[in-house]
Design a protein around this ligand. Structure first.
Ligand code: NAD
Length: 502
């Protein structure tokens, strides 16, 4: 099934989109919600409605879980040889790849993401995730154990069961596959709730999954709102595990619901307030580029955004000058335009939230170096914004803003930098820029965060697990760690010939 035949089609699609899939995907079919309710998904470039989407609530989640439960307890998927699951996943990867232009256009208009970046980076990375975990599907083995008494044992790694995936809106495609691919490889069945802001690509993927041969009931997609559809998943007695990515506040609710229902395990990929620490020996131009990309990439809507930038006093003044030049040259505009580096924030709520943090920063006495207001007159665009003279206790230095807003701060010693980098309730990532190996080593071991980037930033790879320390959550995405979230260990014990049974 081929997608767009050329790039121009994306632009005309974005001007007047035809949305093919707007209903819930349950048990292999697109269906209306039981209540008949729908909600509108909005184009953040124009503030116009793109489509009305069926709104899943508790009753729809119940149906989807029933389908996934049946597919797990009686269907072929968990019982297939791993190599056969891999074959179907590889087929799905191929079809997703063939449709990358249409998918990129859907995410661009639904989320305000850069069309070309989605097509050339996010979608290929999502396809690679499918292939990576397909490659692992037939390599899931337990161990043979030597027991201390006259018994022997082996472990079986079994799929955990029916999984509930709850994802945010900032990477609708990669988030979808980073959850679905390892859980499919493990042999699980699942219900996924996309974010209410970005349901379009998830429904398209469900359609492509069916074409690839994923059996009915294995993958169910139920768009809807958090407190209804999301909460119904995390509190469901027949969901065996929940994998959640989103805010720390909602992560806490998900964990509570899991504890108060069937004590299902949860993995939580939550918010961040990541520091980028630049030492005196850094090449200033390159470091400034890294700092800008670290916070402005994806319009600051990225959990690992380098929202706190600490610069050592020897290069601070020159660095500040370079940084402002680069922020002013950062191109904001329509995400379909290949020259644009920053599109609109995802929706009005996020736009208002970011603007209110900017106003807060101004009131708190931080010095506005550049930006600080809406960009243009239509759409949820915000100027790349940098504050200097930021104190550690200011709200803009403590809260996750999730927008293109940087706090720039000065430090003197390495010890001071460690203390200030760790002065946050979050612990998702950190960046260090220095050529001094001793400093790099000491810093990377002292900062309490799940990922440390040395002389680079935002470098992800499927091999490399990522996730949080502290209130950034627990559990890891990517790598074999993600696969193991969806497996459980069974020990089988048996006496050795002639040994006593007890
Ligand atoms: P959010 O927490 O508001 O929503 C995330 C998802 O949870 C959505 O699908 C939403 O509908 C659902 N939800 C909301 N209330 C719920 C409830 N009571 N029960 C169950 N589900 C519920 O987050 P968001 O605004 O969509 O995304 C931004 C946040 O996600 C940021 O804090 C960001 O740092 C975080 N994030 C983290 C990572 C990571 O890997 N650590 C990656 C991307 C985003």
């Amino acid at each position: 099934m081929a997608g767009f035949s050329n790039g121009n089609q994306a632009e005309s699609f974005a001007k007047s989109p035809t949305i093919k899939f707007t209903k819930l995907f349950i048990n292999g079919h697109f269906v209306d919600s039981i209540s008949g309710k729908t909600f509108e998904t909005i184009d953040p470039r124009t503030e116009q409605v793109i489509a009305s989407i069926a709104e899943g609530t508790k009753e729809d989640v119940d149906l989807a879980v029933k389908a996934a439960r049946h597919a797990f307890d009686f269907g072929p998927w968990p019982r297939l040889p791993g190599a056969e699951r891999a074959r179907i996943m590889m087929k799905w990867a191929e079809i997703v790849e063939e449709n990358k232009e249409e998918i990129a256009a859907l995410d661009a208009i639904d989320c305000g993401k850069l069309y070309h970046w989605c097509k050339d980076a996010e979608i290929p990375q999502a396809v690679a995730a499918l292939r990576y975990y397909a490659g692992a599907a037939d390599k899931v083995h337990g161990d043979v154990l030597k027991m201390s008494r006259e018994f022997q044992a082996y472990t079986l790694l079994e799929p955990i069961g029916v999984v509930g995936h709850i994802i945010p809106w900032n990477f609708p495609t990669f988030m979808f596959f980073s959850k679905v691919a390892p859980s499919l490889a493990a042999g699980c069945t699942m219900v996924l709730k996309p974010a209410e802001q970005t349901p379009l690509s998830a429904l398209f993927f469900a359609h492509l999954a069916k074409l690839a041969g994923i059996p009915d009931g294995v993958l169910n997609v139920v768009p809807g709102f958090g407190p209804t559809a999301g909460a119904a998943l995390s509190s469901h007695m027949d969901i065996d595990a929940v994998s959640f990515t989103g805010s720390t506040e909602v992560g806490r609710e998900v964990m509570k619901a899991a504890a108060l229902s069937n004590l299902k395990p949860v993995s939580l990929e939550l918010g961040g307030k990541s520091p980028l620490i630049i030492f005196d020996d850094a090449e200033i131009d390159k470091a400034a580029e890294l700092a800008i990309a670290g916070i402005m990439f994806n319009k600051g809507e990225i959990c690992v955004a380098s929202s706190r930038v600490y610069v050592q006093e020897g290069i601070y003044d020159e660095f500040e000058k370079k940084l402002v030049e680069k922020a002013k040259a950062w191109v904001v505009g329509d995400p379909l335009d290949p020259n644009v580096q920053q599109g609109p924030q995802v929706d009005k709520k996020q736009f208002d939230k970011v603007i209110s943090y900017i106003e807060h920063g101004k009131r708190e006495g931080a010095r506005l170096l550049t930006g600080g207001k809406r960009w243009g007159h239509k759409g949820y665009y915000i100027e790349p914004t940098i504050f200097a003279n930021v104190n550690e206790d200011m709200l803009i230095a403590q809260d996750e803003i999730f927008g293109p807003v940087m706090s720039l701060m000065k430090f003197r010693t390495m010890e001071e930098a460690i203390g200030r980098a760790n002065n946050t309730r979050y612990g998702l990532a950190a960046g260090i820029v220095t050529n001094n190996l001793n400093i790099a080593n000491a810093m990377s071991r002292s900062i309490r965060a799940g990922t440390i980037w040395i002389n680079c930033y935002l470098v992800f790879s499927l091999d490399c697990p990522y996730g949080g320390y502290k209130m950034s959550g627990f559990g890891r995405e990517s790598g074999m760690e993600a696969l193991h979230k969806y497996l459980q260990i069974k020990s089988v014990v048996t006496p050795i010939y002639n040994s006593p049974w007890l």
